[in-house]
Design a protein around this ligand. Structure first.
Ligand SMILES: Cc1cc2nc3c(=O)[nH]c(=O)nc-3n(C[C@H](O)[C@H](O)[C@H](O)COP(=O)(O)OP(=O)(O)OC[C@H]3O[C@@H](n4cnc5c(N)ncnc54)[C@H](O)[C@@H]3O)c2cc1C
Ligand code: SF4
Length: 571
């Protein structure tokens, strides 16, 4: 028992939102704009928009290790460093120190976290694609896991709602596999990319589009009102954007929520338990631990939104035990923590492109091409289920090629001032099937530095993902060869685990039946309807497209329902 408990019954709000990341920000914006007094609880430190983007304007020469990670930092960021140093000198401040925030791996899990204001919205890749109709139907058609309790049409208006607010640049393509959204002007393709697009259509009947990306190409009045401006094509988004040109909670949803004067934010405050009232069978609030002082406090509200990221939201549910919920809050179905999904990556192909020497690119486009799913679509049938999309494109080698090129003197230097040859490459993002044996749970004995049970991961890719990966590589090689590019080389890295796809989801799935699911069709915990889980935990299947815009659409829809239900006094 923690004797530091300080209960202050004045800690009362209409709503508590746990987490200030992509979905927490959206929940706070929607709920405050509908008139609710909202308390946002964020476990990490405060990051102030623009003021705290310390590396945003630095050149490579201003970093001690020229932007690379030091050996010391690699130990701190051990999970981040396994595959490709996501947390380097330029971006490290927006990733979580794995050493200070340990977790247990029964099977390896690459857990990439961002504990601070804005969560992972600070350094996301901003790729934003709607799920298609089939994504919501495939489980039912194929007899996999359980059916979604919603269909595309339920989310469609909410996709439009959040896309308008966020600002997504993209090209309408009228494809069933990749539904169009509400777009700002698309970013341009380079000459080799346009050539590649044309070849793919002509020879493989395969459409390619420019990435749909949350960077403002033509800010609208509601963007500029929040101080957001046009993208400057610097491709340094993961350091924080001084122009507010890419969408994050810091540039978008939190300032919008603050404008209402109805938002209170607590930092360095870890939500550890949901408080449940056995009499009313409702949640009444959240117990928290101050990560600096370890003091425990309680906050109360009519409704609670869990937006701590899929794994942390599930951990919070599992750690909230009561007579009614002896195995964790809302866990009657034993599905909390199970069905971990992600996207698998680290597989694709590269090639060199001859010609196009007189074609240049404008600035540094913070975006790529997108090749929508084409496997198991239409008449195509494979010996595995579901499919994948590719992200990638063309670039020109720069002066760094000089590091591995022989030469010296004036001619060599002169050569390095000119752009090198074009290269083209694609990496796949593959759908992962839900599997109840892929799970996380809380260790019975081991606690983290804040006295909260440690998370244990026990999950791995299955046969379907492994079979899909081979095809992902071969299909990428085929496309580059068909386009006539040279030195085509496929890759299929074996050192990737679940988590690395940075789209972890599924640990508190929605469903029609409380016996097999945790949440109903409005993201409410079946057995305690004033608790909403609207991050990736709610997902029933993973599609192969980047998921954050779907999480945000789900969040806005749930917030709207919550307020309607509050007005009817149903919660
Ligand atoms: C490098 C990278 C690139 C990505 N690129 C894309 C992309 O191109 N497109 C896309 O769609 N998605 C992308 N993603 C994924 C995207 O970032 C996530 O889907 C999204 O941020 C999830 O939103 P969230 O609100 O669930 O979690 P987060 O954004 O991670 O926010 C969770 C917040 O909750 C806080 N928190 C956690 N536990 C607690 C607790 N117990 N108490 C209080 N606060 C807590 C955290 O500190 C954090 O601030 C990328 C992710 C990474 C890492
Ligand atoms: S590329 Fe655009 S969005 Fe990214 S940091 Fe630069 S200006 Fe901001």
């Amino acid at each position: 028992m923690n004797l530091n408990l300080k209960v202050d019954k004045t800690h009362r709000y209409d709503a508590i939102v746990v987490g200030s990341g992509m979905t927490g920000g959206m929940a706070a914006k929607e709920l405050t704009e509908k008139g609710l007094q909202v308390l946002m609880i964020e476990r990490g430190r405060e990051v102030k928009h623009i003021e705290d983007y310390d590396t945003a304007m630095k050149g490579p020469w201003e970093f001690q290790h020229r932007g690379k990670i030091s050996i010391h930092s690699a130990e701190e960021y051990w999970a981040n460093s396994r595959f490709g140093n996501l947390a380097n000198e330029e971006t490290g401040e927006f990733f979580t120190d794995d050493k200070k925030n340990p977790y247990i791996e029964k099977r390896p899990f690459d857990w990439i976290r961002a504990y601070h204001t804005g969560g992972k919205s600070m350094h996301w890749g901003r790729q934003s694609y709607r799920f298609n109709k089939n994504d919501f139907e495939a489980n039912a058609k194929e007899g996999i896991a359980i059916d979604w309790p919603i269909r595309y049409e339920d989310l469609e208006p909410w996709y439009t709602h959040v896309e308008k607010f966020v600002g997504i640049s993209g090209q309408k393509e009228n494809l069933e596999v990749l539904p169009d959204g509400h777009f700002l002007p698309a970013m341009p393709m380079s000459a080799p990319e346009l050539y590649f697009k044309e070849q793919m259509m002509k020879k493989l009947n395969r459409p390619i589009t420019i990435g749909r990306v949350a960077n403002l190409t033509k800010p609208q009045p509601w963007h500029t009102e929040l101080g957001r401006a046009s993208c400057q094509y610097r491709s340094k988004c993961s350091r924080g954007c001084p122009y507010g040109a890419y969408y994050s909670s810091l540039s978008g949803s939190i300032p919008a929520a603050r404008k209402t004067n109805k938002l209170t934010v607590l930092h360095d405050t870890i939500a550890s338990e949901i408080i449940f009232d056995e009499k009313t069978q409702k949640a009444t609030g959240v117990r928290v631990v101050n990560q600096k002082t370890l003091a425990v406090e309680e906050y109360f509200a009519k409704i609670i939104f869990l937006n701590a990221g899929s794994m942390n939201s599930a951990a919070l549910l599992l750690n909230s035990k009561s007579n009614r919920f002896p195995t964790g809050f809302g866990n009657d179905s034993d599905q909390v923590g199970r069905n971990i999904m992600d996207h698998h990556l680290g597989v694709g192909a590269n090639a060199t492109v001859e010609g196009f020497e007189d074609d240049y690119i404008f600035g540094q486009r913070p975006n790529a091409l997108y090749i929508p799913k084409f496997r198991n679509w239409g008449t195509d049938k494979r010996d595995y289920l579901r499919g994948f999309g590719y992200q990638g494109g063309a670039s020109r080698s720069d002066w760094k090629r000089g590091i591995t090129t022989d030469g010296f003197g004036a001619t060599f230097k002169e050569d390095m001032t000119k752009p090198g040859s074009w290269v083209m490459g694609f990496g796949g993002f593959g759908e992962v099937l839900p599997n109840p044996e892929n799970r996380m749970y809380l260790d019975k004995d081991k606690k983290d530095p804040y006295g909260i049970p440690m998370i244990v991961f026990d999950a791995a890719f299955g046969e379907n993902e492994i079979a899909m990966r081979k095809d992902m590589m071969n299909a990428a090689v085929e496309m580059l060869e068909v386009a006539g590019f040279k030195n085509v080389a496929g890759f299929n890295r074996q050192d990737t685990h679940l988590g690395l796809g940075i789209h972890d989801m599924g640990t508190a799935r929605m469903g029609k039946d409380p016996k097999t699911s945790v949440l109903n069709k409005f993201n409410q915990v079946h057995a305690a309807k004033n608790v909403f889980v609207t991050d990736g935990a709610a997902m029933v299947s993973s599609s192969c497209v980047n998921p954050s815009i779907t999480y945000m659409a789900m969040t806005a829809r749930a917030a709207n329902h919550a307020v309607e239900e509050l007005k009817k006094q149903n919660l």
